[in-house]
Design a protein around this ligand. Structure first.
Ligand code: PBG
Length: 338
């Protein structure tokens, strides 16, 4: 019997939201979104040599790996059921130059890794980036002429790099350099080279963000970068501009779109999914990973709980999957839960 002295009125009594939250079984029945291993893409870092897994100080738990170690990691990923890896090379400094010419070497580090992983592991997708920043001496994603990152010349080069990556076995080309017209150009280049079945995941909305810091340490571009990337990445203030940019990529033939960084940009994920109904991914970037790890290591948050919560929130925001450095850790937890 309701105590009549309480102030909750009769109408509220008919609409108690807590009835569906009262037990574990009701909560399971009404749960709208679920994270599964099929939602995970694991970004990994590559270094030259063999037998080395080199910890990245700003990303506790993440290693840079030589190709042989990357193959082992790929096997582990496939065993865990992770659908795909995304690879990022940290090449020797003496190979980096003004135009990023090493991106055009058929047997460069990223292509070596793709070929080795493809040979050793079946049923695992390989996603490769064509941005030039791992290859340039100035850390920019494109070719620098004077003070300008030149658009069209960069697009020509990344198209050639994309063909080499596809030749090595890449399944999806993911251009992250935000040059105009790149999606259509890469599509045409791949098709002409006979790579019709190689897909394109566009880093459609990549913001000029402070969250990339640890990644730049991981591939040793942080100290190199001259100036900033604001002339080609999107201003974090702009949502509508991001949707316009994504629309162009859809028109040009992108198969999938990505939003990057992730958590601070969930509104963009939602808007993209609503606007285009195209497979949409978020990249939970290095700084997001590091924030969670650092707070957890200090005992200030429950790291596992926050990790799982953030990934579920991407699903609620409409994402079909998440690129996350947590991928193997999450896959192990999900496997244990069954
Ligand atoms: C650059 C690139 C960046 C990331 C991947 N490729 C950003 C940058 O250095 O500007 C960031 C990934 C991360 O922070 O996890 N093409």
């Amino acid at each position: 019997m309701q105590d009549k002295t309480h102030l909750v009125d009769e109408i509220t009594g008919h609409r108690r939201m807590r009835r569906n939250r009262k037990a574990d079984w009701t909560r399971r029945l009404v749960q709208e979104n679920r994270l599964t291993v099929d939602d995970l893409i694991w970004p990994i870092f590559l270094i030259p040599g063999s037998g080395i897994a080199d910890p990245i100080p700003a990303m506790p738990g993440v290693n840079r790996m030589t190709v042989d170690k990357a193959v082992e990691a790929a096997k582990e990923a496939a065993d865990l059921g992770i659908p795909a890896l995304a690879t990022f090379p940290n090449i020797e400094m003496h190979l980096r130059d003004e135009t990023g010419s090493n991106s055009l070497e058929a047997n460069n580090l990223i292509n070596q890794a793709t070929a080795a992983i493809k040979k050793a592991v079946s049923n695992l997708g390989i996603i490769t980036d064509v941005a030039l920043d791992p290859f340039t001496s100035h850390g920019h994603d494109g070719i620098l002429r004077g003070n300008e990152i030149v658009n069209d010349e960069t697009v020509d080069q990344i198209c050639r790099a994309a063909i080499l990556q596809a030749d090595a076995g890449a399944d999806i080309i993911a251009p992250s350099e935000m040059m105009d017209g790149r999606i259509g150009a890469i599509r045409r280049a791949l098709d002409r080279a006979g790579h019709q079945s190689v897909g394109i995941m566009s880093y459609a909305t990549k913001f000029a963000s402070g969250f990339y810091g640890p990644y730049r340490e991981a591939i040793s571009t942080g100290g190199l970068l001259k100036g900033d990337k604001k002339s080609y990445y999107i201003d974090p203030a702009n949502g509508t501009e991001a949707i316009r940019d994504a629309a162009l990529d859809v028109e040009e033939g992108a198969d999938m779109l990505m939003v990057k960084p992730g958590l601070p940009y969930l509104d963009i994920c939602w808007r993209i999914k609503e606007a285009f109904g195209i497979p949409t991914y978020a990249y939970q970037v290095s700084g997001e990973y590091t924030q969670i790890k650092a707070a957890a290591m200090n005992g200030w948050i429950d790291g596992e709980r926050v990790m799982m919560e953030t990934l579920l929130c991407f699903k609620r925001a409409g994402c079909d999957g998440i690129l996350t450095y947590f991928a193997p850790e999450v896959a192990r937890i999900l496997a244990k839960r069954g």
